[in-house]
Design a protein around this ligand. Sequence first.
Ligand SMILES: Nc1ncnc2c1ncn2[C@@H]1O[C@H](COP(=O)(O)OP(=O)(O)OP(=O)(O)O)[C@@H](O)[C@H]1O
Ligand SMILES: [Mg+2]
Length: 238
Amino acid sequence: MTALLEVEDLRVAYGKIEAVKGISFSVEAGQVVALIGTNGAGKTTTLRTLSGLIKPTSGKITFDGQSLSSIPAHKVVSLGLAHSPEGRHIFPRLSIEENLQLGAFLRKDKDGIEQDIQKAYDLFPILGERRKQAAGTLSGGEQQMLAMGRALMSRPKLLMLDEPSMGLSPIMMQKIMETIATLKSEGMTILLIEQNAQAALSLADYGYVLEVGTMKLSGTGRDLLVNDDVRKTYLGEE
Ligand SMILES: Nc1ncnc2c1ncn2[C@@H]1O[C@H](COP(=O)(O)OP(=O)(O)OP(=O)(O)O)[C@@H](O)[C@H]1O
Ligand SMILES: [Mg+2]
C-alpha cells in the first residue's frame, strides 16, 4: 500500500539559504504524524511547500497518487490537502461564520457546507456561540480553533496543522489536542507540526524529528517519547 502523502528528498531554499536539505517522510491514511523540531528547523517551510506556496529546489511530493510538483496552491486544496497555518491567518474583520464559509470556497454543495459549519460548531462550541462576531475579537486559542475549523471546511483528505498549540494556555492546548484526537478517531489523517513534543508525540502514530533542515530521527510516537535525544532536546530532561 502506498502512503497518502509521500515526500522524497525534498529540498527548499530561500535564495542561497537552504532551509530544507533533502528530507523524506510519509503519512499513511488515517494516521496522525508529528513533525517536531526546534525554531528554524524547517517545519513551516516544509508545510508551505506541500501546500504549493513555495516551490522546492528538488525532490518529489506525491499526494493521493498524484505528483504535487508545480501544482499551484489553490489546486492543492482541491486535491484534498488543507493547511491551518502558523499564526492562524484568519480574516479579522469577517465574522466567524464568514471565515468558515471561506474555507469552503471551492465547494458548491450548500447543504454540505451548512452541515460542516454545524460540525465545526459541535467541535468548538464557542465558535457557534460567537458566530456573528468579528474573528479578530476572538482570543488566541479561539482563533486557533477557527483556523482549524476553516481548514476542515474543504473536507480534506489530509489536514496539516502548523503549531496549533502556539501561545495557548495549558487548558486551551489540551482542548486543541483533544480535538485532534477526536478528528483522528473519525478517521482524519493529520500532519501535526509542534514544538511541544510531549503533546504531539503522545498523540501521534508516527513522528519525525527535524533539525536544521535534516531529518534526524523517526519512529513511532511512543518510541520517540522514550528516546534519550528527544528527551534531552525537546522534553528538557538531563
Ligand atoms: N521567507 C524567508 N526568507 C528567508 N529565510 C526564511 C524565510 N522563511 C524562513 N526562512 C528561514 O528558513 C529556516 C526555516 O524556517 P521555518 O520557518 O521553516 O522554521 P520552523 O521549523 O517552522 O521554525 P519555528 O518553530 O520557529 O516556526 C529558518 O532559518 C528561517 O530563518
Ligand atoms: Mg514554523
